[in-house]
Design a protein around this ligand. Structure first.
Ligand SMILES: Nc1nc2c(ncn2[C@@H]2O[C@H](COP(=O)(O)OP(=O)(O)O)[C@@H](O)[C@H]2O)c(=O)[nH]1
Ligand SMILES: [Mg+2]
Length: 240
């Protein structure tokens, strides 16, 4: 039997976490919503709890977003994990329903929703995906070795498992959805520093500096199906 739980890493996302928990809980395929809060000083964990999530806490001095995700996955026996970042804006249950469907229908092993970049969406959907909004069977997560858990690069590691194994990805734009950027969260200077650090980590994953093969991207494109953009009110969920 297929069981989907949501794993939502959250650190200082008080302004958006509750709305994302409600969106995740309203997804028709989802059983539990698990928020992993570490190091928040703005009440993120309490807001998530009030919104209906189960909240796990971590020691903020060690690890990263990836370690928070691992704690979430380890806390469930779900067959599939739907990862959702806590800083999305205007995310709805209908977006997440659409993200889940191809995997549950057996049309893809990984399915993801990309943010809405307007006229750039056609390009974003063809780039190696960094989206935090994605569903995978738990064996995909389990295939990422402990030594490769890292906050900035965990999405690339999940891509690697899918691509190198010859598995399929389904992607679509989630119309109207975006996130609070590092600049929104940390201001211009610190936001820029963190963004720079993130792209540096991502680029240094590639050979010859790192261990990710360039042809992994070719494998990705081979297994990729791009679906129609999904709108907040794409369809009515079935009634009770
Ligand atoms: N629990 C936990 N969540 C984190 C950590 N780092 C980032 N996050 C959360 O992971 C999600 C994505 O992180 P974010 O900083 O937005 O990355 P970006 O989308 O690439 O800018 C957000 O919900 C963050 O709050 C962390 O160390 N621990
Ligand atoms: Mg973000």
């Amino acid at each position: 039997m297929v069981v989907v739980d949501v794993v939502m890493p959250a650190r200082n996302e008080a302004s958006t976490v509750a709305a994302n928990v409600v969106a995740a809980a309203g997804c028709e395929h989802v059983r539990r919503v698990i928020v992993i809060d570490d190091g928040s000083s703005d009440g993120t964990g309490e807001l998530a709890l009030d919104a209906g999530a189960e909240v796990l806490r971590r020691d903020a001095r060690t690890g990263s977003k990836a370690h928070a995700m691992r704690l979430g996955v380890e806390s469930t026996d779900a067959t599939h994990v739907l990862f959702v970042d806590a800083d999305c804006t205007d995310l709805t249950s209908r977006h997440l329903d659409a993200v889940c469907r191809p995997v549950l229908d057996g049309r893809a092993e990984m399915s993801l929703g990309a943010f809405d970049y307007g006229w750039l969406n056609w390009l974003v959907l063809r780039c190696p995906p960094l989206s935090g909004e994605r569903i995978v069977p738990r064996w995909v997560w389990d295939a990422v070795p402990e030594s490769k858990l890292d906050g900035y690069t965990i999405e690339v590691r999940l891509n690697e498992v899918i691509c190198e194994g010859g598995f399929r990805t389904s992607a679509r734009t989630m119309t109207g959805v975006f996130h609070r950027t590092k600049r929104d969260k940390f201001g211009r200077a610190e936001g820029f520093r963190r963004t720079w650090r993130m792209y540096r980590s991502l680029l240094s994953m590639l050979r010859p500096v790192g261990d990710v093969r360039w042809r992994t991207y070719w494998f990705y494109l081979r297994g990729l199906t791009i679906e129609d953009a999904v709108h907040a009110s794409a369809y009515e969920a079935p009634g009770p």
